[in-house]
Design a protein around this ligand. Structure first.
Ligand code: AMP
Ligand code: TRP
Length: 332
């Protein structure tokens, strides 16, 4: 670890297969940050269990997400890659912060409101306290910046509030983190309902592209993507389907939306869609091959997550001990 580098923390839940939204909105941006920052990238398995998971699936996906991190280009030698449950300080700090959080502020979280609707009378408590665990993840590492999609901004605000509240009550303990929202790829929308975020929990599988989807599936999903009857490739809110495809192409190729509109000025949607599909395939295919290699070599994945856990435990415990002491817990 280099002392003067700023600290970045982020994580993805292994609660389903990762989507193109996760890749363009999160991973692809993380890769660019690793030289400049001291980065902690976590597979947040404890967040995943806020909704029911089959144990075998959770195990498989946790390793798959780690393999995807590395295959996407995150260097495990330069960054700390680890599994959240391997660092008990996250759960412990989450409890200590829970005792300094309010029902009201957690009730206002839009993700909680959305997700809890699906559970009728039996809303899991973990869904409610989920943002406090996320705050613990971030605050334990004295994080400067948190790269997340716009959907996570509210959770980050809460982390800032909880950190600030603790600092005022007990003296300076936590660094207050800033969000780091990438300019492009910040929100990739569903291919079927382009006003909704692309999400792995969408019931309609045509709404999302998975990082591990084979080329023919990607071609099929893009060709079925909802567009409009205007017939001209334009970047406007009146054409949310086309706008989303432009954002996808832009995030992959680095072209601006204006450049893309100019490129397809006299061309139809089918040619545009075709190029979007091929761009996605070209981007994902090498990554998929690497993921499959890693998953065959569980030993090297294990070496990586164990080294990550050692480093993360050391850093997280330093903060946790301070928090415990300030609260008045007796040190062991
Ligand atoms: P999640 O899949 O909810 O665990 O999200 C992991 C990371 O991917 C977070 O930083 C999200 O903001 C980001 N992310 C998830 N879905 C999308 C999307 N459709 N567009 C952009 N970013 C996304
Ligand atoms: N809640 C985040 C999401 O669903 C995942 C997450 C958990 C996270 N802990 C985090 C993201 C800490 C950034 C920092 O996307």
């Amino acid at each position: 670890m280099e002392e003067n580098k700023k600290i970045i923390f982020s994580g993805i839940q292994p609660s389903g297969e990762l989507t193109l939204g996760n890749y363009l909105g999160a991973l692809k941006n993380w890769v660019k940050l690793q030289d400049e920052y001291d980065c902690y990238f976590c597979v947040v398995d404890l967040h995943a269990i806020t909704v029911k998971q089959k144990s075998a699936d959770l195990r498989r996906r946790t390793l798959e997400v780690l393999a995807i991190y590395i295959a996407a280009g995150i260097n495990p030698e330069k960054n700390t890659l680890f599994i959240q449950s391997h660092v008990p300080a996250h759960s412990e700090a989450a409890w200590l912060l829970t005792c300094n959080s309010y029902m009201g502020e957690l009730s206002r979280m839009t993700q909680f409101k959305d997700k809890s609707k699906k559970h009728g009378e039996s809303v899991p408590t973990g869904l409610f306290t989920y943002p406090v665990l996320m705050a613990a993840d971030i605050l334990l590492y004295q994080t400067d910046l948190v790269p997340v999609g716009v959907d996570q901004k509210q959770h980050l605000e809460l982390a800032r509030d909880l950190g600030g509240r603790f600092n005022s009550a007990y003296s300076q303990t936590f660094k207050i983190p800033e969000p780091y929202i990438p300019p492009v790829g910040a929100k990739i929308m569903s291919l079927q309902e382009p006003t909704k975020k692309m999400s792995k929990s969408d019931e309609n599988v045509n709404g999302f592209i998975l990082i591990m989807d084979p080329p023919d599936v990607i071609r099929r999903k893009i060709s079925r993507a909802v567009t409009d009857s205007i017939g001209v490739v334009n970047y406007t809110d009146e054409q949310p389907g086309i706008k989303n495809l432009i954002n996808i192409l832009s995030a992959i190729k680095g072209y601006t939306s204006d450049e893309i509109v100019a490129m397809y000025k006299d061309k139809g949607y089918s040619e545009f869609k075709n190029d979007v599909a091929e761009a996605i395939i070209e981007e994902l295919k090498p990554l998929q091959d690497k993921v499959n290699e890693f998953l065959k070599d569980k030993k090297s994945l294990e070496t990586i997550y164990k080294a990550g856990a050692d480093k993360a435990n050391y850093m997280a415990n330093k903060t946790l001990r301070k928090v415990q002491k300030k609260i008045g817990l007796i040190p062991r």
